[in-house]
Design a protein. Structure first.
Length: 201
């Protein structure tokens, strides 16, 4: 990563980093995994303190990473402040909301069971998320026989993991679209690998 832009929750540019210009020191590392939460970690050293509020975000590699939790700041000396920032992918939002039985009306039940196909479980998760955070949709989904799963005050992230396990599959989130099915990447441009000494990465 050679450049980055941090935006406030309202979309106003807050901070830009460019290694070529070297206005301040910073390091950034991106982690992405199948069926896991993607993160973007930053260590930034600035000459003066600034406010980076929760909800600030970075768009990187076609994905949005959001600051869901308060960051840490260390005053190194009078003109040097070190920020430790951890941005999360959209998946992190699923941890903030408990699954609700939205079909039964208010008050929504948090303890219930559902007998349904995979796509129906995804719809319940998406409906729950859209009660508090709009824009979530159901993407591609495998077809399988109905199964009964009981829920008891579980967040949507844990529920999605369980649904994938019950149907022996994998989940994937792109933007705010949730899909269920075997996850494949770089199918058109696969990475060539060979066995044997000297043929690794």
């Amino acid at each position: 990563m050679s450049v980055f832009s941090i935006y406030r929750p309202d979309g106003i540019l807050l901070l830009e980093g460019d290694r070529a210009r070297k206005k301040f020191n910073w390091e950034g590392t991106c982690y992405r995994s199948i069926m896991g939460v993607s993160t973007l970690q930053f260590k930034i050293e600035l000459k003066s303190a600034i406010d980076i509020p929760v909800g600030s975000f970075i768009d990187y590699g076609g994905h949005r990473y959001t600051l869901y939790y308060p960051h840490s700041i260390t005053k190194l000396h009078t003109k040097s402040f070190e920020y430790q920032l951890l941005f999360h992918g959209e998946e992190e939002e699923l941890k903030l909301f408990k699954l609700k039985d939205v079909s039964g009306g208010k008050p929504y039940r948090l303890k219930f069971f559902l007998t349904a196909k995979p796509i129906d479980f995804l719809r319940v998760i998406v409906d729950t998320l859209n009660l508090s955070s709009g824009g979530w949709t159901v993407g591609d989904c495998i077809d399988a026989s109905e199964k009964t799963i009981a829920f008891n005050h579980e967040n949507c992230f844990a529920v999605l993991q369980r649904v994938a396990q019950e149907f022996d599959s994998e989940w994937n989130i792109e933007g705010k679209q949730i899909s269920l099915g075997k996850v494949t990447h770089m199918v058109d441009t696969p990475l060539a690998m060979q066995y044997g000494y000297g043929n690794g990465f």
